[in-house]
Design a binder for this molecule. Structure first.
Ligand code: AP5
Ligand code: MG
Ligand code: ZN
Length: 216
């Protein structure tokens, strides 16, 4: 299955991506995760991306598009992928259309997770992530059993540097200005399904399953 996850910062894209790739044949591709890995490894791409990410701004299209185009050409994603956090601008969406055309691929569904703006800051600021395996928690909504320690692998939990209130507010504004127009873009192509993200994590996933159907 070839899928796109759309939604504002803190909507639950990463959380639901973990559920989706467990249930369907799709490889999770998160551009945010790829940038964070590059930052950790101090690569040139990481150094460039960090300048923008720390300010809550988008990394320039040309850096992102090339990265995703290369990733989509790899063998492991030929039967399915789940793009999380890409595309984020109309320009990126048009570039993706071209890449897919050259690969003879077609997006099955764009899953648009909608969450009330007032809940997004709390979600992002309370998020904690496992250093080792990347599992995502929330200090109130989805806490780990033991504070600061991952349930899955006992790794240490950390907070993203862009998950401070001021930067989250900026990211939400950038989403409204640059990414929200994609809802119209994909409504025109008829592939979008909008999911109510203001429900329990398991209920959100149930709605996604209903929208995708059971076969993979
Ligand atoms: P990225 O990493 O993609 O961040 P984002 O889009 O801001 O989204 P988040 O990861 O913050 O939220 P999420 O929707 O994944 O929520 P999660 O499931 O974790 O991008 C980071 C930066 O990289 C960008 O700002 C930009 O600079 C750059 N970048 C990346 N892609 C780019 C691109 N294509 N172009 C240009 N720049 C790019 O959940 C959040 C919290 O809420 C968690 O704590 C979770 O436990 C909790 N939660 C989840 N679901 C629920 C629920 N239903 N109820 C209660 N709590 C919930
Ligand atoms: Mg995410
Ligand atoms: Zn872990």
């Amino acid at each position: 299955m070839k899928l796109i996850l759309l939604g504002p910062p803190g909507a639950g894209k990463g959380t639901q991506a973990a559920n989706i790739v467990n249930a369907y044949e799709a490889v999770h591709i998160s551009t945010g995760d790829i940038f964070r890995k590059n930052i950790k490894e101090n690569t040139d791409l990481g150094k460039k991306a960090k300048e923008y990410m720390d300010k809550g701004l988008l990394v320039p299209d040309e850096l992102v598009v090339e990265l995703v185009a290369d990733r989509l050409e790899q063998d492991d994603v030929k039967d399915g992928f789940l793009l999380d956090g890409f595309p984020r601008t109309v320009n990126q969406a048009q570039a993706l259309d071209k890449v897919l055309e050259s690969l003879n691929g077609k997006i099955y569904k764009v899953i648009n997770i909608q969450v009330d703006k007032n809940n997004l800051v709390e979600r992002a600021v309370g998020r904690r992530i496992c250093k080792k395996c990347g599992a995502t928690y929330h200090i109130s909504f989805n806490p780990s059993k033991s504070e600061g320690i991952c349930d899955v692998c006992e790794g240490e939990l950390y907070q993203r540097t862009d998950d401070v209130e001021e930067t989250v507010a900026k990211r939400i504004q950038v989403y409204l200005d640059e990414t929200q127009p994609l809802i119209d873009y994909y409504t025109k192509s008829g592939t979008i399904v909008t999911i109510n993200g203001d429900q329990d994590i398991s209920k959100v996933f149930n709605d996604i399953k209903l929208a995708l159907g059971s076969e993979d």
